[in-house]
Design a protein. Sequence first.
Length: 432
Amino acid sequence: MKKKIFNNLILKILSIIVGVLVWIIVTNMNDPVMTRNISGIQVQVTDESVLTEQRKIYEVDSSNMYTSVTVSGRRSYVNNLDADDFTATAPLSELSIVNAVPIYVTLNTAELRSEVTITKRADNITVNIENIIDKEYPISVEYTGQPADSYVCDTTKLAEETITVTAPESIHDMINRVTLPISVEGVTSDISDQYEPVLYTSNGRLIEKNSNISFSRKKVQATTTILKKKLVDLNFSVAGEPQDGYRFTDIQRERKQISLVGRENLIDSIDEIVIPASVLNIAGRSENLETTVNMENYIPEGTRIGSEEEKQVKVTVFIVEQEVKTLMLNPETDIKLINIPEGYLAKILSTSEIAVMIRGLDTDMEAITEMYMLDPTVDMAQAKSGENSMPVKFTLPDRIEQIGEITVNVRLTEEQTEGMAANRTTVPEPEQ
C-alpha cells in the first residue's frame, strides 16, 4: 500500500500544483482583482465633547465634509461598493495645533474588510474654532402692527431690563440689539405677556437662532400701556390794551388743534386747552406780537402731547394803527335833545360848528361819511334850570371810538316862562 502511495510522487505533486494554478487562472478570469476610486463619502465629526467642555464650538466648510478612497479587491466585491458602504470619521480628540483633524475611513461590513483593501484615504479636514462667551445686553422693545384708531402705545415696562446672551464670539460681533417684538395690532387697552427676545445686526437684519445661541431667559415679561389720542382745540386770548391809537385785530396761530394723549376717561373729558391771556400780553404795544408758546406748560396733568412738532406753537397777535376821521357837527341842526324834564324847554346855545374826531380801522371807517350817521344826542335828564354844559353822545359802530369829549351849552327854562314849546323837540335832521 505504501509503495502505491509513493509511486510517481513527484508527478502527483506537480499535478496538484498545476491544478491550483489552473484554478487560480480560471478564477481570475471569472472574478479578477481590481482597483477603484470611490468618492462622496461623508465625513462625520466625532468627539465633539472635547470642545464643548472647553466652551468652544467648531465649524467645517461643508465642501470639505466629503472624502474619497481607493479600494482594491475582487471585482465581485469592489464593483458593488459605493459611498454609503463606508464610514469616514474625524475625531476632534486628535485636533492638531493647526486645527487639522485626521480622517479615518472604514468599511461598514466586517466580512468585506478581509476581501477589500483601502489603499488610499484623505489626510484631514481643517476646522475653525471659536470661544463661546456670555455677554449682557439691554432689552429694547419693538412694536408690530398698529393699535385701533385713536389709540397709541405709550410705554412698556419690562420685568428685566437686561438679558445675557451665550453665543460664539462671531455672533456677538454681529449683535447690535436685543429686542422684544410686541404685537399691538388692533388693541384698545393695556397688554401684558411674555415674549421671546430676538437679535438684530446694526443694519436691522435678523440673526437667526441656532443651537449655538441661547439666552439667560427664554421669555421676558412685558406690560405695555395703551392710551387714547384725541385732537383738542387751542383757545388763545390777549391781555392788556395796545398803545393809544392802535388796535388788536386778530390772533394767528400755526395750528388750531394739537393731539393729546392720556387715559381714555381723562382724554374724553377734554375738548380744548385754554392758554392764559397773560401769555399774549399786548399792553402798550404798537406793533405785532410774535412768540412761540410751549404747549406742555398748559396741558392737563396726566396727559402728553402726541408728537414733538406739536409741542411748540408759533403765534402772531396783529396790532394795527387806527385811522382818524374828522366830521363837523352843527349843534343847531345835528343834535337831538332827549329826556327834557316835564314843564321845561331846552335850547342849544352853541352855534359854531364843532370838529368831532373818531378813530377806527380804515375798513370800518370808510362807511362813515356824514354826521347824522352817528346820531348825536344830548340827554337832558340831569340838566338843571339855566345854562348847562352838556356832553354830546354819539352812536358809534363796533370798533369805532370817539376821541375826546364834545360838549355844548344848553339852556333849560320853565315852560311858562319861555312859552316856547317848539324847543321841546329835536331840530329836524337834514334830509339824507
